[in-house]
Design a protein around this ligand. Structure first.
Ligand code: NAI
Length: 464
């Protein structure tokens, strides 16, 4: 039996960042991880592999659609699917190996196996029980099935995001159930590979919670790229027949029943906390109605000495939210007083164009009755974006009508996922739109579109 200051269960972005921060602050730290490699869902079967696939297929799209116009002639590349998956796997192992290196460097023990908490202060991994002053649950999430529907996931024909990153071949037809982040990122990947992709979404707009105008433009651009959409459709059954699958759905507007068939069905209707086998019930740990671990300020559960962070607790299921919570709990245990600004957690969808947002949307401001103004600038007025065939999106800044303080920003366009952070910093410092508008931005960069949107909150943008 070994004794630690902290044992963290789970090595995803929440768990591994927490471990490194604990070690940096002088706490003796171990991480329990049952996968073959560190990094959790994000590095092994989520964010990182999907970004490799998005990059590879974006390159293919560029070759097929834009090379000739730039004077790059010759045969379009063909897809070697095995090699593309190998590239994706190499990207994964480089990143998971990197975490293993960081653990060694920071003298963090990896307790290999699936952990449970038999009693307060103890973590069992395999036949061994270890002691810890503090236990942090960072066990993440798993794909949720379709609420109220009959679905059998085999990860071959009916797949979650995990199976979608490992398909035996590029399917001819794919149905994506759920027009959220996972559905649209992976739907884009396969659409660019030549698959006929149909997204079946319950709501009337894609990406729930997004700014309405951005969601509309996003769906329009995806349609133009070849994705089909069935909106306002509640999927109630997914069944496999031989090599095909059938998706049954009801259109909400008239209750009519419909069916679609495809080679592969991707179920992307959300994720749920993964807490299996931890022994939470026996410990009496309180859960929320939605099956998350309930925590108080400071991430402590209803049981003293046991904490939880990341996807297993409330809040957006985002790697960077988990990382910030991992850092914060480590600092709290070391006696510091960290703070997370939950109003400023950016969201990014890594399609082409990217979609990024932070803060309030027009919809949330209207709901709150908060008087605001809108500064909007199209990438069509941005020289750099036009030069690289990316002039179709826009930057939309929302600022307080009276004080000009920035309340939110929504970007659809090139590099949106990076551009948004200028606004995150500005908002963290309580900046006004004018502060961004008066800051010199290099020319020619996409960031000028952000400045122009800030200008549009005042007297007006220049390039419109
Ligand atoms: P999501 O919550 O983003 O989207 C699920 C969609 O499925 C919703 O639009 C919902 O209306 C729809 N839906 C639910 N039931 C349905 C039914 N019966 N028929 C038709 N449509 C139905 O969930 P998603 O995309 O699975 O992602 C899960 C989590 O992973 C999210 O919290 C997301 O933020 C996170 N994630 C984040 C990424 C990023 O930040 N780039 C990438 C991938 C995942």
């Amino acid at each position: 039996m070994s004794s630690y200051d902290v044992i963290i269960i789970g090595s995803g972005p929440g768990g591994y960042v927490c471990a490194i921060r604990c070690a940096q602050l002088g706490l003796k730290t171990a991480v329990v991880e049952g996968r073959e490699t560190l990094g959790g869902t994000c590095l092994n079967v989520g964010c990182i592999p999907s970004k490799a696939m998005l990059h590879a297929t974006h390159m293919l799209h560029e070759a097929e659609h834009n090379f000739a116009e730039m004077g790059l002639k010759g045969k379009s590349p063909s897809v070697d699917w095995k090699q593309m998956l190998a590239y994706k796997d190499k990207t994964i192992s480089q990143n998971t190996g990197g975490i293993e290196f960081l653990f060694k460097k920071n003298k963090i023990d990896w307790l290999k196996g699936w952990g449970s908490i038999p009693e307060v202060g103890k973590v069992k991994v395999g036949d061994e029980t270890h002691e810890a002053k503090h236990i942090i649950i960072a066990s993440g999430s798993e794909a949720a099935s379709i609420p109220g529907a009959e679905v059998e996931i085999d990860e071959k024909i009916v797949v979650t995001s995990t199976g979608a990153l490992e398909l035996g071949k590029v399917p001819g037809e794919m149905i994506v159930v759920g027009g959220g982040v996972i559905g649209l990122e992976l739907g884009s990947v396969y659409s660019r590979l030549g698959t006929k992709v149909t997204v079946v979404e319950y709501l009337d707009a894609v990406t729930p919670g997004a700014d309405g105008e951005v969601a509309k433009q996003f769906q329009k651009l995806l349609k133009k790229q070849g994705l089909d959409f069935v909106m306002g459709a509640a999927v109630n059954k997914v069944e496999t027949n031989g090599n095909k699958a059938t998706v049954s759905y009801k259109l909400r507007k008239d209750d009519s029943d419909h069916e679609l068939k495809a080679d592969v069905v991707l179920v992307a209707t959300g994720r749920k906390p993964y807490v299996e086998g931890l022994g939470l019930e026996a410990l009496g740990i309180e859960m929320t109605k939605r099956g998350q671990i309930a925590v108080k300020d400071g991430f402590e559960t209803s049981v003293k000495g046991i904490y939880a962070i990341g996807d297993v607790i409330e809040g957006p299921m985002l790697a960077h939210k988990a990382e910030d919570e991992g850092t914060a709990i480590a600092e709290m245990l070391a006696g510091q007083k960290p703070h997370i600004n939950y109003g400023l957690i950016p969201g990014v969808i890594y399609t082409a164009p990217e979609v990024a947002s932070v803060g309030e949307t027009e919809e949330t401001l209207k709901e709150k009755g908060h008087a605001y103004k809108v500064g909007k600038f199209p990438f069509m007025g941005n020289a750099r974006a036009k030069a690289v065939f990316q002039g179709e999106g826009f930057v939309k800044m929302l600022a307080d009508k009276e004080t000009d303080r920035i309340l939110g920003c929504h970007i659809i366009g090139p590099g949106a996922g990076d551009l948004i952070h200028e606004i995150c910093v500005a908002m963290e410092f309580g900046a006004a739109a004018e502060d961004v508008a008066r800051t010199c931005h290099a020319h020619p960069t996409y960031s000028e579109a952000v400045r122009e949107a800030a200008l549009a909150c005042g007297d007006g943008a220049i390039h419109v």
